[in-house]
Design a protein around this ligand. Structure first.
Ligand SMILES: Cc1cc2nc3c(=O)[nH]c(=O)nc-3n(C[C@H](O)[C@H](O)[C@H](O)COP(=O)(O)OP(=O)(O)OC[C@H]3O[C@@H](n4cnc5c(N)ncnc54)[C@H](O)[C@@H]3O)c2cc1C
Length: 390
């Protein structure tokens, strides 16, 4: 199997398949975590998922992260901050906060549906909020607490997974760009044309090229509706502990599912093991422009301070943008391409690729081995899209 893309999805798939005895070669035109996987905040969220296939995917995804963290801990694999383990896995829980009774009602309605499908969620009163997070603004009216939400450090996670793949015999080759393909009888991909020559394909090519997955599909003779949805993140200087959960405003959930062309922001705040705080985030369809925009940086900063007033004194170290791989229905694309034999897609995870990486790999493994997948793959099928312009 040749995996294209050394982000969190490609790394998870490579580790899973190599662990199952498959001969794996992973290529990336740059190197590990060169795309969105070094821009993501690392939240493994159940809380923002719509009931149905997306929530089922997220619940299994969070479960697999816990299992992997336990496994790494039992083998004493350590990362940068030994207290937090190989990839800074933290079971901190997520707190979604509402600033108006209407928002609180929306949160409540969503929480009840999610609870029916297995999410552990508790509604929190105004005073309850203060008990959980004393630094929150007094203007908030309540919220919802999701115990299953957790956090990883995405770059360490990519490194860890690539290490796992290599330890099981997988090859990870940086600076190899996939440019095209040679097709055999019946149209199946036989070999990849790359910037460093031809790479023979045994059975599958797995397209894990993130926001570039549409372009990679095109180069291999297929088509995939994946676009970059740009997001900004602000990084503060290391601060004394201000919040202990992941905290975000209720409007974040609707911002995830709106396909507006103009930018919008919703405050998402999390502390990291090194003491810096990550303040996110924005969403816009603006191509691959990687220059941060000052008005978006300012908007994120204002919204974060409105939630946690103590942040007003914090200084920013930097701000950056990343490209979420977005799809028309905001669900990932996982499965075999019906038009191009031997091509399997694992892409389009938008703002949830870190959380969904391990479950994606589990599903890909089922396809590769021809086994029944643990979750129904139909909602994620590459062929589900019509021909309309996206
Ligand atoms: C601001 C922001 C915040 C986010 N926060 C979170 C979060 O808290 N939680 C969460 O779960 N998700 C989050 N995400 C989303 C998450 O980062 C992505 O869903 C995830 O990283 C996608 O991973 P990937 O492996 O599919 O793609 P990428 O990490 O983008 O990797 C794709 C790789 O493919 C390579 N590639 C591209 N074209 C070629 C080619 N032709 N040949 C060879 N290699 C190629 C690239 O170099 C790249 O390394 C966030 C994203 C952003 C932008």
């Amino acid at each position: 199997v040749v995996v294209v893309g050394a982000g969190i999805i490609g790394a998870s798939v490579a580790a899973r398949l190599a662990g199952a005895g498959v001969e794996v070669c992973l290529v990336d035109r740059e190197g590990p975590a060169a795309g969105a996987s070094s821009a993501g905040e690392g939240n493994v969220l159940v809380s923002d998922k719509r009931p149905g296939p997306e929530l089922a995917l997220a619940l299994r995804g969070a479960e697999l992260w816990r299992e992997l963290a336990d496994d790494a801990k039992s083998r004493r694999v350590e990362g940068l901050h030994s207290r937090f383990g190989a990839f800074e896995f933290e079971t901190k829980g997520g707190l979604v906060v509402a600033s108006s009774p209407d928002e609180l009602e929306c949160l409540r309605a969503l929480a009840l549906l999610q609870r029916e499908e297995g999410a552990h969620v508790e509604l929190v009163s105004e005073t309850g909020l203060r008990g959980l997070e004393p630094a929150l603004s007094p203007g908030l009216v309540g919220g919802a607490y999701y115990e299953q939400d957790c956090q990883v450090q995405p770059m360490l996670a990519v490194g860890f997974l690539l290490g796992e793949a290599a330890a099981q015999g997988g090859r990870v080759v940086p600076q190899v760009e996939v440019l095209g393909a040679r097709h055999g009888r019946g149209g199946a991909v036989q070999a990849l044309r790359t910037s460093r020559g031809w790479v023979e394909v045994g059975r599958w090519v797995i397209n894990a090229a993130g926001a570039w997955a549409g372009e990679v599909a095109r180069r291999l003779g297929g088509a995939l509706p994946v676009k970059p949805r740009r997001g900004h993140v602000l990084v503060t200087e290391p601060l004394p502990p201000l919040i202990s959960h992941k905290v975000y405003e209720a409007g974040y959930v609707s911002s995830v599912y709106e396909a507006a062309a103009s930018w919008r922001c919703a405050a998402v705040i999390e502390a990291t093991a090194s003491g810096t705080m990550l303040l996110g985030s924005s969403r816009e369809l603006a191509g691959f422009d990687n220059r941060p925009r000052s008005e978006i940086v300012a908007s994120i900063a204002w919204r974060a301070v409105a939630l946690v007033p103590g942040l007003a004194q914090a200084r920013l170290m930097r701000a950056y943008v990343g490209f979420r791989p977005a799809t028309p229905d905001n669900l990932p694309i996982i499965g075999a391409d019906l038009a191009v034999g031997g091509l399997l897609h694992a892409a389009g995870h938008e703002g949830a690729g870190i959380g969904l990486a391990l479950v994606t790999a589990e599903l890909v493994e089922a396809v590769v081995f021809g086994r029944a997948p643990r979750l129904d793959l139909a909602p994620f099928a590459p062929g589900r899209f019509g021909s309309e312009e996206w």
